[in-house]
Design a protein around this ligand. Structure first.
Ligand code: FPP
Length: 242
């Protein structure tokens, strides 16, 4: 894995369409999607990626039919129950961003168990975005900062970009270098809007259940060919940013 690529985030999209194309219920696509997630996690870990974030359930996903939401919660719980030991053995540190308190209590406990067990691991940092929305994340950060300002803990001049970043759910994790979205949709859908300011975006028509480690490697290769200027001018002869 390239040294330049520290954090890849993936919007895993297309499970429902994949299932419908096969005349199967949407849940069938989610089951296959979970298997693909497992393969990508293993590949990222085996290739020494430092940070991988997977958008597994958005705040908006709560509005889906109850049966589908309930199925996804069960699937996530099952994944954690089955995979926690494996994650630990692979030295993977697991964490979650999102409004955890909105998840069913048994899933909250499963998440906490995996987070606790893997907290000291030093390999891949794997984050699941669960009941996550970027706007809500920003709202919560603004509320916390406003409280600190009101109580006199901080002064207005102390609020800068770093300070805001430190109050987001992703505090301590570098911004994603690359955001991949599958299934042909070309939008971020309320995902890491602050953190993606300079992320490279990569959209692929492949539906998530069909996504392979080769597709992932290809996205990483294309990322490596892109020139990131962060708003500056790149001088070819100096090979550095100015
Ligand atoms: C988007 O497909 C996918 C989701 C809303 C859920 C993502 C969940 C998984 C991949 C399975 C669980 C994951 C893990 C890591 C255990 P969609 O349903 O929006 O598809 P559509 O756009 O075709 O309807």
């Amino acid at each position: 894995m390239s040294k330049k690529l520290h954090h890849v985030a993936i919007i895993m999209d297309g499970n429902g369409r994949w299932a419908q194309l096969r005349d199967k219920p949407r849940t069938f696509g989610h089951i296959k999607g979970a298997r693909v997630a497992k393969k990508i996690i293993t590949y990222a870990s085996d290739n020494s990626l430092k940070n991988l974030t997977l958008y597994a359930f958005s705040t908006e996903n709560w509005l889906r039919p109850h049966e589908e939401v309930s199925f996804l919660m069960t699937l996530l719980g099952r994944y954690l129950k089955k995979e926690t030991e494996n994650l630990h053995k692979k030295n993977i540190r697991f964490s979650v961003i999102g409004e955890l308190h909105k998840l069913p209590v048994n899933l909250q406990l499963a998440v906490q168990n995996t987070v606790d067990l893997t907290s000291k691991n030093t390999g891949l940092h794997l984050t699941f975005a669960l009941s996550y929305s970027s706007r809500q994340e920003v709202v919560l950060a603004v509320q916390t900062i406003a409280e600190k300002l009101k109580s006199g803990e901080i002064q207005k001049f102390q609020i800068n970009e770093d300070y805001v970043s430190q109050h987001l759910m992703t505090a301590g994790t570098p911004d994603p270098d690359l955001i991949i979205r599958t299934s042909g949709e070309s939008r971020l859908s309320n995902f890491m809007m602050w953190q993606s300011s300079y992320s490279e975006l990569y959209f692929t028509p492949v539906l998530w259940p069909d996504y392979t480690t080769n597709d992932f490697a290809q996205a990483c290769r294309i990322y490596n060919q892109r020139e990131r200027r962060f708003g500056k001018v790149f001088q070819q002869n100096e090979k550095s940013f100015i």
